[in-house]
Write a new protein. Structure first.
Length: 405
């Protein structure tokens, strides 16, 4: 019989990496009775495969005890009606709901962490709640990279609860790689950047690297920047671009804005540069490029080293001039780019697919459920919790009934 899993992610304000990966997971997973908790009419609600049953609950907004209680009741009722065996909080904001509902219903719970647990945009109170959920609410926590798992260990998360499962992407649609124009016989190499324009993302150091390359007399390149600056970084980017665009090589740089799809952009370039200064758990852009045969020159931050194999599927740099030296070497020897692109595509197709990610999650679910129903289950007394919802205090014992909620 297929495992009965409930994924919780009622996010409505954003549609980013976590939401896309959930869409890929739900499409790729098999041998699973899967249901998903979402916010009604959210983008995620609209993009998930139509055959997957949904439970609509109030969206994640500013915390409201009333809304949270409504979410808990609705999720607990579904767990009982559908005989759900495990609740999966897809992102850290989903952990409290997944943990409490699982506790009340006596089922297992896991959570996935997509971001640095000490990121500056996570408030101190939220960090404390995440640690609490990790300690007593969740049976296992999935980190999307080994680099992220190490960050969790460094701030006190329990080693025996942490697992690493890399995100995966669906197969490339249409042509299976780069178009024939990228035979690297062209006199000018097309080098690209895809992402936000900010100091943290290193857009300024990218331009500084190409200034270094130009000063060295290497001119067989053009640089295409896909993305833009958000409101907080607009003034910084305008000043940065004004400074660099006036250089003698400024005409070699094109700004193409945000793209609806990265496919055409990645198919049009020969090399990607990832110049970030900040920790990125698992830079998806490196996977997206690799699966289309585009190698990368990347800053050695976060989970980038788990995607790029140094000097085989790409190259790493520390200081800006190191990146410039790598670019010079590649522009002089473009066959190195072609060879690395072939290897990068093979690695992406074997290590970073949605099917592999789904299989890894299935193995995790089996392991967690197996531990729960194993020979030792029930031999030790479980703690009793008292939780107040709407003025009522349901007592949760070893195997509570969802009807108590």
């Amino acid at each position: 019989m297929a495992m009965r899993i409930l994924v919780v992610h009622p996010e409505a304000r954003f549609y980013g990496g976590a939401e896309r990966v959930l869409e890929y997971f739900s499409t790729a997973v098999g041998q699973l009775d899967l249901r998903v908790v979402v916010a009604k009419n959210s983008r995620l609600d609209q993009t998930l495969p139509r055959h997957i049953p949904r439970l609509h609950v109030p969206e994640h907004t500013r915390f409201s005890l009333k809304d949270f209680a409504a979410q808990v009741r609705a999720v607990s009722r579904l767990v009982k009606d559908a005989n759900v065996e495990l609740i999966h909080g897809w992102a850290a904001r989903d952990w409290p709901l997944a943990s409490l509902a699982a506790c009340l219903c006596g089922v297992s719970a896991v959570g996935t962490l997509h971001d640095d647990p000490e990121s500056r945009y996570i408030r101190p109170a939220r960090r404390q709640l995440m640690r609490l959920n990790a300690r007593i609410g969740l049976d296992r926590i999935v980190c999307v990279s080994e680099a992220l798992r190490q960050r969790c260990l460094a701030v006190g998360y329990a080693k025996d609860k942490l697992e690493t499962i890399h995100n995966g992407l669906p197969p490339v649609s249409g042509d299976h790689g780069k178009p024939s124009r990228q035979s690297l016989d062209q006199p000018t190499m097309r080098i690209g950047y895809l992402g936000a324009f900010s100091e943290g993302k290193g857009t300024d150091r990218l331009l500084a690297m190409f200034d270094y390359v130009w000063q060295a007399g290497v001119t067989n390149w053009e640089l295409i920047l896909a993305g833009s600056a958000d409101e907080a970084n607009t003034a910084w980017w305008e000043a940065t671009w004004r400074s660099f665009s006036q250089r003698s090589w400024g005409h070699r740089v094109s700004l193409v804005g945000w793209l609806d799809s990265s496919a055409a952009f990645l198919n049009s370039i020969d090399l990607l540069v990832f110049p970030s200064r900040i920790f990125d758990c698992l830079p998806t852009v490196l996977i997206e490029a690799a699966r289309r045969g585009v190698p990368a020159v990347a800053a050695n931050v976060g989970g980038a080293r788990e995607i790029v194999v140094p000097d085989q599927t790409g190259w790493f740099f520390g200081k800006d001039d190191e990146g410039g030296d790598i670019l010079i070497r590649l522009l002089i020897n473009p066959t190195m780019i072609r060879d690395a692109g072939v290897k990068a595509q093979r690695r992406a197709e074997s290590h970073f697919t949605a099917a592999r990610m789904a299989d890894d999650y299935l193995s995790l679910y089996r392991d967690v459920l197996g531990q729960r129903v194993g020979p030792a289950a029930g031999t030790a007394s479980n703690p009793t919790y008292t939780i107040t919802i709407d003025g009522r205090e349901p007592v949760v014992d070893n195997r509570p009934s969802c009807s108590e909620v």
